[in-house]
Write a protein that binds this ligand. Structure first.
Ligand SMILES: [Zn+2]
Length: 69
């Protein structure tokens, strides 16, 4: 039974982590992060769109995209 609860906790952890993934434009000038890769703010991106952890995006000084407030 202990193994089962550990497994459940493990899967909850994975789900939570997925919720904190955001999309950013991989250019030096990009200052925003986005919840979806199809966001209007990302359509201007001429660089590669990459997935990063939201904490990393914030650490890099990025803020939530204006289209998603
Ligand atoms: Zn956006």
């Amino acid at each position: 039974m202990k193994t089962l609860s550990l497994l459940i906790l493990f899967f909850i952890n994975i789900t939570c982590k997925e919720n904190t993934t955001v999309y950013i434009c991989n250019s030096a000038g990009a200052k925003k992060y986005h919840y979806t890769s199809s966001c209007r703010g990302l359509s201007n991106c001429t660089y590669k769109i990459i997935k990063v952890d939201i904490e990393k995006a914030k650490k890099d000084g990025k803020t939530l995209c204006g289209w998603e407030k």
